[in-house]
Design a protein around this ligand. Structure first.
Ligand code: SF4
Length: 369
């Protein structure tokens, strides 16, 4: 189940951090009487009564007029991409709370919130107003009333049935985290057990001996070794990747498949954006920074930009193609919002798994949930 992301916006010193701390029952954000104490968005995972697993996101005051104000405002507003619900926190001096609840976001008459209310309207996000001094319990009740239902994400979708034998190919090379499996591998493995399937795990090195022991109904591989695994399998054995399963669950798989066709049209000098939902220290074998750019440049001498974490560029129109990572740590809301932005800008978007299948010439061969 995905966490519900609740973002708190308001003018400086309206009580956003105090409210987030009260909801969490601990001092997550530093609170002070000085305006501008919160500078960057602060995220806290928490269980809220009646709402379940949530991420609360405290943001900087939207009326920050300091030198860094515009950048802080930009970072605060970027939180709208991952928000499922917005809480507009008004200082005590704003007496418009109740009438705004009825009138919708447009009825908010706080000049400092002008841009954010327009953006919330555009994104059609459920919004709750909170005036400093109201009880946390009444806020929780209103949040419960507007919270969108989070669907259960099934990664393997319609690709498996109870009793199926599934082979998982998971390279444990220098890029793999020491002593543990990565999140999509753990999630898929758990889901297969829950669905009554038999799962066998192997590395590319032990693939042939695994195939001697099992005639799989489905093979799920790391996308980086797609070509190698494909060569080892009969053409009739369904093949997919962890990244493709994630893309289907969190993204828009049809847009991704359509977007991958742009790889054939890349010309020297074109700009490609590699977008990753988290920040990590890249390895020499890094898929997004090394392997995919190298495969792209075999086709055309393109310029590759990297955007990691929350730094998704505002102007996408300069790109001929966007390739997004699997987004294993990102919410479906965030990934969907990035896809919408790309399509609105008229830029094709695909993801790592689909792009690697295309670049290795096996996109028609893989199965998609
Ligand atoms: S969020 Fe993206 S880049 Fe980060 S580990 Fe997950 S798939 Fe890789």
């Amino acid at each position: 189940m995905e966490r519900l992301h609740i973002a708190f916006f308001g003018p400086a010193n309206s009580g956003k951090s105090t409210l987030v701390n009260a909801l969490c029952g601990q001092e997550v954000s530093l609170v002070s009487p000085h305006p501008g104490t919160t500078t960057d968005p602060v995220r806290k995972a928490v269980e809220l009564p009646g709402l379940g697993a949530c991420v609360l996101i405290d943001t900087a005051g939207l009326d920050d007029v300091s030198l860094l104000g515009p950048e802080r405002r930009r970072r605060s507003l970027s939180v709208l991409d991952e928000a499922d619900i917005v809480v507009l926190v008004l200082p005590l001096s704003q007496k418009t709370g109740q009438q705004q609840q009825k009138g919708g976001v447009n009825a908010v008459n706080v000049p400092e919130l002008g841009t954010v209310t327009a953006l919330i309207e555009e994104a059609a996000l459920p919004t709750v107003l909170y005036t400093r001094g109201e009880s946390v319990e009444s806020l929780l009740e209103r949040l419960k009333a507007v919270a969108p239902k989070k669907e259960e994400l099934f990664l393997t979708g319609n690709l498996v049935r109870k009793g199926d034998c599934v082979l998982l190919v998971m390279p444990q090379d220098s890029e793999a985290p020491k002593g543990r499996l990565i999140l999509p591998q753990v999630q898929v493995l758990r889901e297969l057990l829950d669905r009554g399937c038999n799962a066998l795990c192997c590395t590319p090195e032990s693939l042939s001996s695994a195939l001697e022991r099992m005639n799989p109904d489905l093979v799920i591989t790391d996308s980086q070794v797609f070509a190698l695994v494909n060569r080892a399998l009969p053409a009739s054995t369904p093949l997919t990747s962890f990244s493709i399963l994630l893309a289907a669950a969190k993204g828009d798989i049809r847009s991704y498949v359509a977007g991958a066709q742009a790889i054939d049209k890349l010309r020297p000098g074109d700009r490609v954006l590699i977008a990753e939902a988290c920040t990590h220290v890249p390895d020499t074998e890094d898929i997004g920074r090394v392997k995919i750019p190298a495969l792209l440049r075999k086709r055309a001498d393109v310029k590759v930009d990297i955007a990691a974490g929350n730094d998704f560029p505002e102007d996408l129109s300069v790109y001929s193609l966007i390739i997004h990572c699997g987004g294993c740590v990102a919410s479906r809301t965030l990934v969907q919002s990035r896809i919408k932005k790309a399509l609105r800008a008229g830029v094709p978007i695909t993801n790592y798994g689909i792009a690697l299948a295309k670049l290795q010439g096996i996109l028609d061969r893989i199965v998609i949930p």
